[in-house]
Structures are given as C-alpha cells and as structure tokens.
Design a protein around this ligand. Structure first.
Ligand code: SF4
Length: 201
C-alpha cells in the first residue's frame, strides 16, 4: 500500500481514494500511480498513525515540502489530515502544502477554514472552470453545480488562515474565453491563479 511517494523535491501523501468530484482530467483515469509511483489505489485507508509512520520512514529531511495530494481528496479525512499536520509541525520544518478540490466545508457541513490555521502553508485549490455549469460539466461533483460557488467561498474563507492560497486550472481543458474569465475571477477575489499543464502520466 503506497502512502507516500515522491514528486520532484516533494514528499506526497496518499491518505484516501475518496473524492467528491469525478474530474475528466483526473490522473486516476490514466493509470495506477503518479509520476512513476507504485499504485496509489489503497486496499484500505491507512490510519493517521500509519500515515505518520510512513512519513517518518520516508525521512522528510530529504524533501523540500510535504504535500497532501494522492489519489483522492485529502479533506475527506480532514480531522486525520490535520492531526498528521500537527505531528509534522512538532517533528520537522518542512512547509506543508494541500492540493484540494476546495470542498472541505461542503463535505463537513461547517466553515472548516479556521481549522487550517498554522497547519498548512500553501493551499492549492482546483478552480477548473469559470462558472458553475462548466465546472460541473468537467468535474461531475457529488454536489452538482453548487460545488463551484462553495469552492470559491472556501478559497476566500481560508485566506486569513493560510499564507499562500492559489486557484489552479488545467490549460488544455479551458477555452481561451474561460481562461480569461478564470483570471478575472481570481483578480476579483485577490487569489493568484496557477495555470498547469495536463498530466497524461
Ligand atoms: S478533485 Fe482531484 S482527485 Fe478528485 S476527481 Fe478531480 S482531479 Fe481527481
């Protein structure tokens, strides 16, 4: 069972295969792993203690940052993820990044933003499209089009608690008009946009 894997100088954490989206461009459609890792499909979800043990075994001092990502949405296990973040803070100095679909508050039915205070340094939220209908057409959220506004609200809610918040899009899945509108939205809410390339694994 692969709980940690390496991407560049980052130590990536794979805590869950659950997700509230089914994005057309999800890396999970293209193979078993990511960036040459072993399969990231988990036979079961590791306990939070097992996640911490796997991080310790990987030796975080060899990495620039620790990234919660994996084959699923880490905030589906928000409490466990934040517990692991607290334990990382006690043991190592690595910056902590979370790659997320921004549904944490939707999933847990309360404003989760304050929970991230002091525990996550960089939060990369998938914006993906420029309006609710287009978002749902490529993300197929369990929450339907409402997920788009909830994700944007989360991005704004969490800004006071995380020093770097970015909204990401995948260039190949956006028309030039949609990309321009995404850039406008990011300017409006004062969150930087990150335009990334599609990874075909
Ligand atoms: S939110 Fe991330 S893990 Fe979930 S389906 Fe989309 S790309 Fe995959």
């Amino acid at each position: 069972m692969t709980i940690t894997y390496t991407v560049g100088d980052g130590l990536y954490i794979n805590m869950t295969n659950r997700c509230t989206n089914r994005c057309d461009f999800c890396i999970r459609h293209n193979g078993e792993g990511a960036y040459g890792s072993d399969s990231l499909w988990l036979e079961r979800e590791p306990t939070k203690e097992e996640v911490l043990a796997a991080i310790e075994e990987a030796d975080p001092t060899q990495y620039r940052e620790i990234v919660f990502c994996g084959y699923g949405e880490p905030t589906c296990r928000l409490d466990d993820m934040l517990w692991v973040c607290r334990e990382i803070r006690v043991r190592w100095n690595n910056p902590i990044r979370l790659n997320t679909n921004g549904h944490a508050s939707l999933i847990h039915k309360y404003n989760t933003a304050p929970e991230f205070k002091g525990l996550v340094d960089v939060l990369s939220i998938s914006l993906n499209e420029c309006d609710a209908e287009k978002y749902d057409a490529i993300c197929h959220s369990a929450y339907g089009p409402a997920a788009f506004d909830a994700m944007l609200k989360f991005a704004q809610d969490v800004k006071p608690y995380v020093s770097e918040v970015v909204l990401s899009v995948v260039r190949q899945f956006l028309s030039p008009e949609s990309l321009a509108e995404c850039e406008r939205i990011c300017r409006e809410i004062d969150v930087p946009i990150k335009i990334r390339e599609y990874i075909a694994n």
